[in-house]
Ligand binder design. Structure first.
Ligand code: DX5
Ligand code: ZN
Length: 216
């Protein structure tokens, strides 16, 4: 069953609590939190302070996508807040195996995110350690961009390896997701679909989430 993770980057931040309660009631499965540092990506978003406040107003699992250099600086605090998923970018890290071990020790689901142009074979040696892989289907930094079809062959490749080796990491796709592509994403092997603008730029979040979950 596909899980839908609305990215609150596209929400109305002046009414964040209301927005979160709306997506909760609309069938969201996870809340996706995009942390950007203005260094790894050319944009700034929010950090620990906001994530802590969000954790107090929702029961949904929190999924923190770290688009920052030195992601390990935030692992402890995020785990303390009680977030459930943490991913960092392969492109920011020399020591991905070490970082995964640190996350696992903290008891959170450990994930690696890959930019559109980063091949999946860069993480083959650690796939059995991972709880999830986040494949970017846009260049990270901004919501509201157009889906990049090149991610399709990457999903296929990852799903194939997962099957062959009996692994059970989840595949999360992030960027430019709409109801027009969600079905294909699910068929290729996606477990978690992130969607920002498609959900929050509409009047009816439930209709949008239902449309993303529709498999036929
Ligand atoms: C982009 C972020 C995405 C983004 C998705 O850097 O990682 O999570 O918010 O937003 P949409 O669905 O609008 O592409
Ligand atoms: Zn994201």
């Amino acid at each position: 069953m596909i899980k839908i993770a609305p990215s609150i980057l596209a929400a109305n931040f002046l009414h964040l609590e209301k927005e979160i309660s709306k997506i909760e009631k609309s069938g969201a499965d996870i809340i996706h939190l995009d942390v950007m540092d203005g260094h790894f990506v050319p944009n700034l978003t929010f950090g620990l302070l906001i994530i802590k406040q969000i954790s107090k107003v929702t029961k949904l699992p929190l999924d923190v996508h770290l688009m920052v250099t030195n992601p390990q600086n935030y692992f402890n605090n995020l785990a303390e807040i009680g977030v459930n998923y943490i991913s960092f970018h392969q492109e920011t890290e020399f020591h991905i195996h070490k970082r995964i071990s640190e996350l696992k020790k903290l008891g959170v689901k450990a994930g690696i995110a890959l930019n559109p142009a980063t091949p999946v074979n860069t993480i083959f040696p650690v796939l059995d350690e991972l709880d999830f892989v986040l494949l970017m289907s846009v260049n990270p930094g901004f919501g509201g961009q157009k889906f990049l079809p090149l991610v399709k062959s990457k999903i296929k490749e990852l799903a194939q390896i997962r099957r062959k080796n009996n692994l059970n990491f989840e595949i999360e796709i992030d960027g430019g997701i709409t109801n027009n592509i969600s079905k294909e994403m699910i068929e290729l092997g996606t477990d978690i679909l992130v969607a920002g603008s498609y959900i929050f730029k509409s009047d009816n979040y439930k209709d949008q989430i239902d449309a993303l979950k529709k498999e036929v």
